[in-house]
Design a binder for this molecule. Structure first.
Ligand code: NHR
Ligand code: GAR
Length: 205
């Protein structure tokens, strides 16, 4: 009997183009809930349009980061996700959160990690004069942007690039890379081996 499709929760803070890419392509699982720390996040509207459950938690209504994260874990678990995907989610998550979803929490980051962890990656890449830039999908751990790398995609940096033109070229790659990484997870092909992720061959047809 075929295995049940994986249940995917997606966390967004902004426009949600990576969420839209996940919904547009067969990512191997079903997005069952989209959540945000911003009630006006475009990603929530995309989810509602697609008939997907949504919720938003306002950090200002919680005493501290730990309380926000505990509420977020509880609200997500009501949807029994097999995988939680950060897709433009802009809040650093506490160890309590990353431990709650250890091994099934991934993020799409707009740089070739470990270069340019954190924010404002495209301007920083230009400032450093790198010739290759890109995006990374990695498992999320307590250490910010340093979890085991699942997949990466690179773009050439052009002499006339601005942060905006570079971001736009990287985003095209993100929209292919994230669904690819989610498919590998849903197919059970990812094995975390220390700091590395080994991708198993596809199951025999
Ligand atoms: N949490 C953990 N523990 N580990 C990671 O690897 C995480 C994470 C939460 C989010 C996404 C990451 C990115 O891809 C991500 C990875 C937000 C910040 C940040 O500084 C940094 C990295 C990322 C997301 N956030 C500020 C904060 O104080 C707020 C910034 C803002 O609101 O604009 O949370 O880039
Ligand atoms: C994407 O470029 C993603 O890599 C980046 O924000 C954008 C979200 O776009 N993520 C981060 O910076 C996370 N800290 P989207 O909302 O259209 O998917």
């Amino acid at each position: 009997m075929a295995a049940a499709r994986k249940r995917i929760a997606v966390l967004v803070s902004g426009r949600g183009s990576n969420l839209a890419a996940l919904l547009r392509q067969d990512c191997g699982g079903d997005v069952v809930v989209v959540a945000s720390n911003k009630a006006d996040a475009g990603g929530l509207a995309i989810a509602r349009e697609a008939g997907i459950a949504t919720f938003a938690l306002d950090a200002r209504q919680f005493a501290d980061r730990a309380a926000f994260d505990a509420a977020l874990v509880a609200a997500l678990n009501e949807h029994a996700p097999d995988l939680v995907v950060l897709a433009g989610f802009m809040r650093i998550l506490s160890p309590q959160f990353t431990m709650a979803f250890a091994g099934r929490l991934i993020n799409i980051h707009p740089s070739l990690l470990p270069s340019f962890t954190g924010l404002d990656t495209h301007a920083r890449a230009l400032a450093e004069g790198v010739k290759l830039h890109g995006c990374t999908v990695h498992f999320v751990t307590a250490e910010l942007d340093r979890g085991p790398i699942i997949a990466q995609a690179a773009v050439q940096v052009e002499d006339d690039d601005t942060p905006e033109t570079l971001a736009a070229r990287v985003l095209v790659q993100e929209h292919q890379l994230l669904p690819h990484a989610v498919r590998l997870f849903c197919q059970g092909r990812l094995r975390i081996d220390g700091a590395r992720v080994r991708v198993q061959p596809p199951a025999a047809a």
